[in-house]
Each structure stands twice: as structure tokens, then as C-alpha cells.
Design a protein around this ligand. Structure first.
Ligand code: APR
Ligand code: PHB
Length: 390
């Protein structure tokens, strides 16, 4: 088979790019390791920057997001017994975010690919990238006892942190930057009414907590835990009791608890791979970078990669202009590192580090007191949270 662009990975990044390119008449195929049900069973955050929302609409996938997603114009930070508000709308010049579960967003992308007859192949095995430095790269994968070859002009590696694409860049070319945090997030999903209409991030001496939501009947909560903890060590009652301890009384008193329908622990990591291109291979999303979830930048930093690749590949095929492709890695990384900085800043400001010293405690308190006493500091937070320009 021959296509113009072979995309490895049927997560949000790969699907969104495939949809956008299809609408420009560019022929793609998406190769996904798992079944669609497996991909859609993943529980992921869903705070969408306004730029991501625009891209979903441009991809003809924004209708349910606009109907069911919630526009959030601010969020709260609980610290030192007080609940302070971050007015995103005021300090970002009128922008906001949409809270819409990534599972639903990915479902919308799959259904949009179906509507256009997009080629998505599931359960592919042993995906291998070949001749990336040539003008005629190709990809092979195994399906049962058959080896399939896909000839293409470009390969996009949207196969996440554990994918094969980044590992296809020679070790003497690839540079990786990683920061692993000494704690994880224990997350619980419950069919309960959210404790707050807006998100509540909490800094507490017992550790970080976050109150989020998927809808008005589906709540998502997190507490910082040691990396040695296991979900089975946290019965629901223990989780709810610990969450309440880390919230101001005015919030904890309103908390509606219920059985967890999902409970898991995620480690926190900052990671960037450079360059994000090698010959005819372009990396996008989690394949190239990971952020701790504190700043809700994961999916959003994938969106800017997709935006740049969409415009670069469209310019190549429509105008023979390769400026975007030649400059993709540099342009994408400039925004990726800003998302890294913001995620690191939010994480450092709000978490209890095991190796902290009293000086660190004062720095955290100073960050927060400066934030809530300076319109400049608030504008800095707001413009990053709603999304920097692509
Ligand atoms: N071959 C084919 N597909 C693969 C391979 C492989 N070797 N390895 C991984 N994949 C698939 C995974 O099964 C997954 O569905 O690639 C997809 C990558 O999707 P994500 O990990 O979701 O990454 P991305 O699409 O970049 O989305 C980034 O989604 O996962 C969240 O936290 C992440 O919010 C971030 C956003
Ligand atoms: C979530 O709803 O899962 C979520 C929201 C905001 C974050 C992280 C996770 O910063």
C-alpha cells in the first residue's frame, strides 16, 4: 500500500492530524497497536486550551465538545487554609478553557475518521520504520503471520512515550531531557456531583490534592502519594478521608463521596526528546514530550505539534513549500519547552517534596503570595493555562 503520510499511533495526536490532513486531501493511514476499545478505556485529563478547541472545530470534530464540554473561566488554589481564585478570563484577555474528557475527545476523533472513511488499522504488531533518511521511507508491521509494508513520503510518530518512533532516531542523534518527581498522583473517578463548579488545586502540608470533573455527574479527584504506594492500599474511605484533610473546610464540607469506578496511581515526569524530526520522520505529542499533569498541558502540547505539522504538510503538498517541515522541530520545541516550564512551575509550587527544607516552604508561600498580590503574576499564570499562541 502507498500513502502520502503514515501516522504511527491512534491516540489524540495521530487521529487529529489524520483528520486535518484528510480534509486537505492528503492521504494518510493510522497504525494503532491496540483495539479501539482499549484506547477508549484510558482515563485521561481533559482541560482543553482554546487553541486546541479551535483545532478540533477545524477538524470537524468539535460539535460534541462544544455541546457537552464545560467552559471554565477560572479555577481555585487552596493554600494555607484559604481558597484563592484565579480569574483566567480576566487575566488572559477574555480566554478560557473547555473541560471535556480526553476519552470522549478521542471517541469523537475516531467517529470523525469513520465518517470520512479514514484508514485506521488496529492491533498492529512489530511496527518498524525504514529508510527515514531517504525520499522513500516505508513502514512495516505484522498482522498475524503476515508482514505488511506501507510505502509513504512522510512518517509521523504519534505513538506516545512508549512507542517505537522516538527509538527509531539513532542514539547519537537523539538528546533526551528528563526530570522524575519523587511522588505520584493517586486518582479516583466517581459518579458523584463535583465538589466545585471549577477545579480546585490544593497545596497542603500533607501533600497536593486536586478536585476536577468530567461532567456534573462524574468527578475526578487526585492526591499526591509516595511512589511506593499502590492503589489497592487505598480503600475508598481512606482516599476520601485523606482528600478532605487536604482541602479547606468550606470545600471538604461539600464533598460528596461515592464508590470509585476507577482508581490508579500515575508517576510524574518531565521529558523532552530533541530533535523532533529525523529525515522524513516527525515526532508529535507524548512520543516527544511528557509533562507532569499539574498544569494540564499534556494533550495541549500535543495540539501545537499537530498544528505545526498540519500546516507544514499542507504547505508542502499544496505549494511545494517545505519551510514548515524544515523548521518543524525548532518551532515545536520552542512551545514544548514553555509548556514544560509552566508544568514544572505549577508542580514545584503546589507539591510537598520529600527532600524539602524550610527554605523551600518559604519559597512556595512566596510564589503563592506574589501570585495573588500581582496582576502581572496572575496574567503570566492565566496566559499559560488558557494556552500560549501556536
Ligand atoms: N505501534 C502503533 N501504535 C503504538 C505503538 C506502536 N509501536 N506504541 C504505542 N502506540 C499507540 C498507543 O497505543 C496509543 O494509542 O500510540 C498511541 C499514542 O497515544 P497517546 O499515548 O495518547 O499519545 P498522544 O496521542 O500523543 O496524546 C497525548 O494523550 O495520552 C495522553 O497524557 C497524554 O494527554 C496526552 C495526550
Ligand atoms: C483531570 O481532570 O484529570 C485534570 C485536570 C487538571 C489537571 C490535571 C488533571 O491539571
Amino acid at each position: 500500500m502507498k500513502v502520502q503520510v503514515c501516522i504511527i499511533g491512534g491516540g489524540p495526536s495521530g487521529l487529529l492530524l489524520s483528520q486535518l490532513l484528510h480534509l486537505q486531501g492528503i492521504d494518510t493511514i493510522v497504525l494503532e497497536k491496540y483495539s479501539r476499545d482499549h484506547v477508549l478505556a484510558r482515563i485521561r485529563a481533559g482541560v482543553l486550551e482554546h487553541g486546541f478547541a479551535r483545532l478540533m472545530r477545524e477538524a470537524q470534530c468539535g460539535e460534541r465538545m462544544d455541546r457537552e464540554g464545560e467552559i471554565h473561566k477560572g479555577f481555585h488554589i487552596a493554600h494555607d487554609g484559604v481558597l484563592d481564585h484565579v480569574d483566567l478570563h480576566k487575566y488572559s484577555g477574555g480566554n478560557s478553557v473547555i473541560v471535556y474528557g480526553q476519552t470522549e475527545l478521542t471517541r469523537d476523533l475516531y467517529e470523525a475518521r469513520d465518517r470520512l472513511g479514514g484508514k485506521v488499522v488496529h492491533n498492529v504488531e512489530d511496527v518498524t520504520l525504514h529508510d527515514l533518511k531517504s525520499g522513500a521511507p516505508f513502514v512495516t508491521y505484522r498482522s498475524g503471520d503476515q508482514t505488511i509494508r506501507i510505502d509513504c513520503e512522510y512518517v509521523v510518530g504519534a505513538d506516545g512515550f512508549h512507542g517505537v518512533s522516538r527509538k527509531s532516531i539513532p542514539p547519537d542523534v537523539l538528546r533526551e531531557y528528563e526530570k522524575v518527581y519523587p511522588f505520584g498522583w493517586l486518582g479516583v473517578l466517581s459518579r458523584t456531583r463535583p465538589v466545585s463548579p471549577e477545579l480546585v488545586y490544593a497545596k497542603h502540608e500533607r501533600g497536593f490534592a486536586l478536585c476536577s470533573l468530567r461532567s456534573q455527574v462524574l468527578s475526578r479527584y487526585y492526591i499526591q502519594v509516595p511512589l511506593t504506594d499502590k492503589p489497592e492500599e487505598w480503600p475508598d474511605d481512606a482516599f476520601w478521608a485523606e482528600l478532605k484533610r487536604r482541602l479547606p473546610e468550606e470545600v471538604a464540607g461539600r464533598l460528596i463521596t461515592g464508590p470509585s469506578i476507577e482508581k490508579s496511581i500515575a508517576p510524574l515526569r518531565s521529558f523532552v526528546a530533541e530533535p523532533m524530526q529525523y529525515g522524513r520522520l516527525f515526532l508529535a505529542g507524548d512520543a516527544a514530550h511528557i509533562v507532569p499533569p499539574t498544569g494540564a498541558r499534556g494533550l495541549n502540547s500535543a495540539a501545537s505539534d499537530i498544528y505545526y505539522l498540519y500546516h507544514a504538510l499542507s504547505a508542502h503538498y499544496k505549494k511545494g513549500d517545505d519551510t514548515g517541515l524544515d523548521g518543524y522541530s525548532q518551532k515545536a520545541l520552542a512551545r514544548v519547552w514553555k509548556a514544560q516550564r509552566f508544568s514544572w512551575w505549577m508542580t514545584t509550587m503546589l507539591h510537598r517534596f520529600p527532600d524539602r527544607i524550610p527554605y523551600d516552604d518559604h519559597l512556595q508561600q512566596t510564589e503563592l503570595s506574589y501570585l495573588f498580590s500581582s496582576e502581572t503574576a496572575m496574567r503570566l499564570l492565566a496566559e499559560n493555562y488558557v494556552g500560549l499562541p501556536f
